[in-house]
Design a protein around this ligand. Structure first.
Ligand code: NAP
Length: 535
């Protein structure tokens, strides 16, 4: 019998959102409120996005739970009690499930639906969607809410598939508990993920071997439980908390000190560093002098202060030196926040291998082979990061006008007007969060902007919106100009795309600050969606 292909029925919706994480859930809420037949296709088995996938021990917010909460519903703010100032993954996942149920979103989410392709049909101004298991849908508006850190990056180390023990990437952590008792565990990577994970499992494993390529400036998180009195204070001051976040550069509760480092005496500077160091959360980064992000000498002084803090906590001076970053400025890479990270290296059952000195040559059936040794493991953990911001989208087959592939358009670096739409891909909005911003704060800004835009189109009889290529080019020039002089751009990291072999080097975030981004989005909307073509 000849092979026949049975075509599955096509779901028709007004708007299809990719991803049921923080931004996708809010986008769904906004569009349903507008009266649209909107639906989320979610690759995972539950809501939460980042907080569904990254279930490794120790995963938690690095920004204050209260500042990461949705602000759109007073009732939600009233009903939800965060138990910790920096809440852990299980609670964060519960929160997003609570939101999905409270606002009736779950029936409009299709789980286990990973998008394989999205092809724009020019004759009907519709997007044709297909999932990896053959589900099909057709939509007027396609909205990517895939997040910034969802495409896992596995290193291309020879033999990676040959390992006979258990192995996984941190963002594909097993749902069932991993039994570490007595096990020999190897972990590759020392970014923000590994820094949360290592102290959690160090006391549970038989032996933990950490393979480090680059040390980071890890800062103490200083997490604590929220006591009942503080809970009441928080609930009474949500308006001020969100107002404060709206004013700060990255929409966190901390903002750079406007003074310049060398305006203060050395004694006053040191006292200031100690003061921010004693505070919880990102105060040690976003609360420092503003010129640490642009002035090499200012940065180096603070970096040396932080190096001193590392040395104080690690018993063996040789290990302390290995853990001390000297190859990049403070804050030019994402600062990992930690709890007992450095103390883990004082344990007898934890060893640190410098991968720069002893390169990983291969993964063997029994472990990891470096230039000078063979290590045997029961478990190998890849804490090797993500193909950030663009990776999830370029891995899908997304084709716009004239069949142009998004991956081809972005081969020389991503470009999207206001970070929201890329020319040639009509009615396709990207609400991933390519703005250097507290994720939820900007997810709300962008979610409301997109629903406002679709509402405007409906009111004015338009059914198609596309970014003007000139407006997009001007925006890209503006965004690139903003990064000039920033210490980010001289450092290799996922911010610059350089962690992915072959990826074009470019600062992947909008660096003008969240308030400027919000103002620009509002201005464009107020001017009839200036820079977009509506038809
Ligand atoms: P990451 O910061 O990109 O770190 C990946 C690590 O793997 C780095 O240490 C990297 O070394 C190493 N690595 C990659 N390939 C390697 C290879 N072939 N051999 C040896 N080492 C290799 O990834 P991440 O730790 O998953 O963090 C990514 C981002 O997720 C963070 O920056 C943060 O924004 C976010 N995150 C957020 C939270 C939170 O908010 N609570 C928690 C965790 C993570 P090199 O540095 O030398 O490249």
């Amino acid at each position: 019998m000849a092979n026949i292909e049975i075509k599955k029925p096509v779901q028709e919706v007004d708007a299809l959102i990719i991803g049921a994480g923080v931004s996708g859930l809010y986008q769904l809420y906004c569009l349903r409120k507008l009266g649209l037949d909107a639906r989320i296709f979610e690759a995972g088995g539950g809501v939460g996005g980042t907080w569904y996938w990254n279930r490794y021990p120790g995963a938690r917010f690095d920004s204050e739970s209260v500042s990461y909460a949705y602000s759109f519903s007073k009732k939600l703010l009233e009903e939800w009690d965060w138990t910790e100032h920096y809440s852990g993954q299980p609670e964060n996942e519960r929160y997003l499930n609570f939101v999905a149920d409270k606002f009736g979103l779950r029936p409009h989410i299709q789980f286990a639906a990973r998008i394989k392709s999205a092809i724009y049909d020019e004759s009907n101004a519709r997007w044709d969607i297909e999932t990896t298991d053959g589900k099909r849908a057709r939509t007027q508006f396609l909205i990517s809410a895939v997040g910034i850190l969802s495409a896992t990056h596995m290193p291309s180390i020879p033999g990676i598939d040959n390992f006979k023990g258990q192995s996984f990437h941190t963002s594909r952590w097993p749902h069932e508990e991993v039994d570490f008792a007595g096990k020999r565990v190897g972990i590759i990577g020392t970014g923000a993920t590994a820094v949360q994970l290592i102290p959690e499992i160090a006391g549970k494993v038989g032996h933990l071997t950490v393979f480090q390529r680059s040390p980071n400036y890890c800062c103490p998180l200083r997490n604590s439980e929220i006591d009942p009195d503080t809970q009441q204070e928080i609930k009474a001051s949500y308006d001020e908390i969100f107002a404060k976040c709206n004013e700060t550069f990255a929409s966190f509760m901390h903002d750079f000190d406007p003074r310049s480092t060398f305006d203060l005496s050395p004694e006053d500077r040191l006292a200031f560093y100690e003061e921010i160091w004693a505070q919880p959360g990102f105060a040690k980064w976003f609360g420092c002098f503003q010129d640490i992000m642009t002035d090499t000498a200012a940065n180096e002084e603070y970096a040396e202060f932080v190096r001193g803090k590392i040395r104080e906590r690690v018993n063996d001076p040789a290990i302390a030196e290995l853990l001390t970053p000297r190859d990049h400025p403070f804050g030019a890479k994402r600062i990992p926040m930690e709890t007992n990270y450095y103390e883990a290296y004082n344990r007898d059952n934890v060893s640190l291998i410098d991968v720069r000195e002893h390169q990983i040559e291969s993964i063997t059936p029994t472990g990891i082979k470096t230039g000078d040794a063979d290590y045997e493991f029961d478990v190998i953990i890849y804490a090797t990061g993500f193909d950030a911001i663009t990776g999830e989208l370029t891995r899908m087959d997304i084709r716009g006008e004239g069949g142009q592939k998004l991956a081809d358009k972005w081969a020389d670096g991503p470009s999207a007007y206001l970070t929201l739409q890329t020319a040639g891909f009509p009615n396709f909005f990207i609400v991933n969060g390519a703005v250097f911003c507290n994720f939820t704060r900007c997810a709300e800004v962008v979610g409301e902007w997109v629903s406002g835009c679709i509402g405007y189109m409906n009111d004015n009889g338009y059914d198609r919106i596309t970014a003007d290529p000139d407006a997009e080019a001007a925006w890209t020039d503006h965004a690139t100009g903003l990064t000039e002089g920033m210490l980010f751009t001289g450092t290799d990291s996922w911010f610059m795309g350089t962690n992915i072999p072959g990826k074009k080097r470019a600062f992947l975030f909008y660096a003008g600050g969240a308030p400027a981004f919000r103002d620009k989005c509002n201005e464009v909307a107020a001017n009839g969606y200036e820079g977009f073509r509506l038809s």
